[in-house]
Ligand binder design. Structure first.
Ligand SMILES: Nc1ncnc2c1ncn2[C@@H]1O[C@H](COP(=O)(O)OP(=O)(O)OP(=O)(O)O)[C@@H](O)[C@H]1O
Ligand SMILES: [Mg+2]
Length: 258
């Protein structure tokens, strides 16, 4: 806190050490060591069933590890409940994304903004922002391209628009670390490109970890890539390093492009 005038070394936002999850003896996540650097965009890739979602579930406290530990900004969060981890500034799209068909995007975002204050999260930057949701709601909806649909029932939104609204709900929490599980799944090219731009913008000033099967998305966004295979880390590095890795080509890229 007193080190503001010192050039900071890059902190690690999320770290796992030997993180392991057994499901009835089956190792869905197997001794994963992961370091997600603050301010980075980190992609988690791997074939279906590699353990990506399970790792997200562990990182957000939805399930508890069988072995290993994890930290958020160097604070041990192993064993904490989802809301306790959320309070450390970690949010995940999935956690708050059950949309109510009858509520409008505006109402969804208002609820999310109210939720963040009632959770006691210190997300507001000054007292002045309190009680002024309207401009923030408008801003969030604009960021995700939903201004024109703000007052329509969410049930009428197209799939890509629903995903965009889900993103706005995570953004409303103003998390330090954002975990996005397949943000572009099921989207057409236009929505994919819009989502890439959106993630790029929201990544400014925060840390993003995302799972995606679309290598165009991974290559466009990720500073660092971790490849999981059968629950274990197969490779880690920049997109270019990882895509040239023979083991990755065999295990994942080869399969994905087959
Ligand atoms: N609650 C659970 N109980 C038992 N097995 C589980 C459970 N959750 C996940 N698994 C298994 O763990 C493995 C990893 O699943 P996970 O959903 O993490 O994969 P993934 O990498 O996210 O795959 P996808 O790309 O298809 O989303 C799979 O074999 C899955 O069947
Ligand atoms: Mg998954």
């Amino acid at each position: 806190m007193e080190r503001l005038h010192v050039t900071p070394t890059k902190r690690v936002a999320l770290r796992t050490e030997g993180l392991t999850k057994y499901f009835r003896g089956f190792r869905a996540v197997n001794a994963v060591d992961l370091a997600v650097h603050e301010g980075g965009v980190h992609a988690l890739v791997g074939p279906n069933g590699a353990g990506k979602t399970t790792l997200f579930n562990l990182l957000t406290g939805f399930i508890q590890p069988s072995e290993g530990r994890m930290t958020v900004f160097d604070e041990d969060v192993t064993g904490l409940a989802p809301e306790q981890i959320a309070r450390k500034g970690v949010a995940r799209s999935f956690q708050i994304t059950s949309l109510f068909e009858n509520l409008t995007p505006r109402e969804h975002v208002e609820l999310a903004l109210q939720g963040r204050t009632s959770q006691g999260l210190r997300f507001w930057r000054s007292e002045k922002l309190l009680g002024k949701y309207r401009p923030e709601v408008d801003d969030l909806l604009e960021q995700v391209g939903l201004s024109a649909l703000a007052d329509k029932p969410s049930g009428l939104l197209a799939y890509g628009q629903k995903r965009a609204l889900e993103m706005a709900l995570v953004l409303a929490l103003d998390p330090k670390v954002m975990l996005l599980d397949e943000p572009t799944a099921g989207m057409g090219i236009e929505d994919v490109d819009r989502t890439i731009e959106l993630v790029r913008r929201i990544a400014a000033g925060r840390t993003v970890v995302f799972v995606d099967h679309n290598m165009h998305v991974v290559g466009s966004l990720a500073d660092e890539v971790t490849v999981l295979q059968q629950g274990a880390v197969l490779a880690q590095g920049t997109y270019d390093e990882v895509r040239r890795d023979e083991r990755v080509i065999t295990a994942y890229l080869g399969e994905a492009h087959a």
